[in-house]
Design a protein around this ligand. Structure first.
Ligand SMILES: Cc1cc2nc3c(=O)[nH]c(=O)nc-3n(C[C@H](O)[C@H](O)[C@H](O)COP(=O)(O)O)c2cc1C
Length: 420
């Protein structure tokens, strides 16, 4: 098992005038490194970056992939793009695995499991799209159930802390125009969570229509589990939604275990951020604040202090502050799955959809700010669904609008990658 080492300097690849590559095509390893750098910009809950991927290259690892694909215990997993002919066993095929890194995962709330699957799905979508943009097309993408994950964990070479989620089979095709990759890289880098107030500007109906009707791209072989999107934007809906936030958002701060975990992702100093490049810096959460206010926030949000302040109503105050921002937001996005209890596989596909939604919004000049408090607690999720007549299970809620200022880029670790 080789942990991917430092990447070699990128050698400029000669282009033909029409944008096609000349002879110096990147090797699969180069393409994978490039794709991982892009996928690593994916959103994740608390910026915990709980993903990892492995190139199953050795005979032993390929035999494991073959075995898992033959006897897969998935339910809503991927389909074969080759019209029902499973080409997953072709000799030239590349086998790629997606895993959840349990050492990097959130666990304080039961709902964090769903958020980890959404985050990993988002990474998988970007990784596969970036590989497709370099001519490595997925002929099959299969999300795997718990049996397959146990089988992989029993393999001697499998990383101890990795939970296998999905397998992709890739085949080499013609090299697409290099602009595809450049565009994807630029959009992935421009996508940010933006928690500041948005511009007082209605979102263009065409943009909302496109976002509500994302179609799988020709290169995307993952099954879409039928995500439905509601865009709440009438004044009445927005007022009612803001009331829901004002009433409940304080729970983020008053749930002791959840807050302790959230707080462990704050990187208060530059030194801490450099040592642990995940989580958030104060400016990502509070925007540009003066050093004294930052210090005040640091003291108030300390888990040893916050519960006392919550007894004085500080949690309700913080909830009301968020509600104020919500009140001036042009659109609230609520995305749902058709089933009441989505499986891990459904949530992984929903995460792939989420990446597509967020990238499409970014391309339209829009920003998102997830408000997961309403999906993290069963009673709040039911209240949300009932108040707005949302079908199925809502798995993602966010503010959507045109940003007034660019949000700072978040910290990033190196992508967790292995060759097995
Ligand atoms: C499933 C999921 C849930 C999230 N929930 C919240 C949330 O409740 N509040 C919030 O401020 N950000 C939330 N985020 C955004 C993450 O904090 C953000 O993606 C991460 O910090 C990385 O920053 P970036 O999106 O700017 O790259 C969520 C992201 C994901 C993928």
């Amino acid at each position: 098992m080789n942990r991917t080492g430092p990447q070699p300097p990128r050698v400029p690849v000669p282009l033909r005038p029409d944008g096609f590559l000349l002879s110096a095509e990147p090797s699969f390893q180069q393409a994978l490194d490039e794709a991982a750098a892009i996928a690593n910009l994916s959103p994740s809950s608390h910026n915990c970056q709980p993903w990892g991927h492995a190139w199953l290259k050795s005979d032993r690892a390929k035999a494991l992939a073959y075995e898992l694909l033959r006897g897969r215990d998935d339910t809503s997993a991927g389909k074969d793009s080759a019209g029902g002919t499973d080409r997953s066993t072709g000799t030239d095929s590349i086998y790629l695995a997606l895993a959840q890194d349990t050492d990097r995962s959130l666990s304080a709330l039961p709902a964090h499991s769903a958020e980890m699957h959404l985050s990993c799905g988002s990474y998988w979508h970007l990784l596969l799209r970036a590989l497709a943009a370099q001519g490595w097309l997925p002929t099959a993408v299969h999300h795997l159930g718990p049996e397959a994950a146990h089988r992989a964990a029993a393999d001697a070479g499998w990383p101890r802390n990795w939970h296998l989620l999905s397998l992709a089979v890739l085949n080499r095709t013609g090299v697409p125009p290099s602009t595809d990759l450049a565009e994807l890289r630029a959009t992935a880098a421009a996508r940010r969570t933006n928690r500041a107030p948005y511009r007082d500007l209605a979102v263009a109906p065409e943009a909302l229509h496109e976002l509500a009707n994302l179609s799988p791209t020709a290169r995307d072989t993952s099954a879409r589990p039928g995500v439905t999107v509601r865009h709440l934007r009438s004044p009445v809906e927005l007022r009612r939604f803001a009331t829901l936030i004002a009433d409940h958002a304080g729970r983020d701060f008053s749930d002791d275990a959840a807050w302790r975990e959230t707080h462990s992702y704050f990187r208060w100093t530059a030194k801490d951020a450099a040592a642990r490049p995940d989580g958030f810096t104060p400016s990502q959460i509070f925007g540009a604040v003066s050093p004294p206010r930052r210090l005040l926030a640091r003291v108030a949000l300390n888990p040893a202090v916050l519960p006392r302040l919550c007894r004085l109503g500080f949690d309700r105050y913080l909830g009301s502050q968020l509600a104020r921002t919500v009140r001036t937001t042009p659109v609230i996005t609520a995305a749902g799955l058709p089933m009441d209890v989505p499986t891990a596989s459904d949530l992984l596909s929903a995460g792939m959809w989420l990446a597509d939604y967020w990238l499409t919004a970014t391309r339209a000049g829009l920003a998102l700010h997830p408000l997961s408090i309403l999906t993290q607690h069963e009673d709040l999720c039911i209240e949300l669904q009932q108040r707005f007549g949302l079908p199925g299970r809502t798995f993602f809620v966010a503010r959507l609008g045109y940003p007034a200022a660019t949000a700072a880029a978040t910290l990033r670790r190196r992508a967790s990658a292995f060759t097995l």
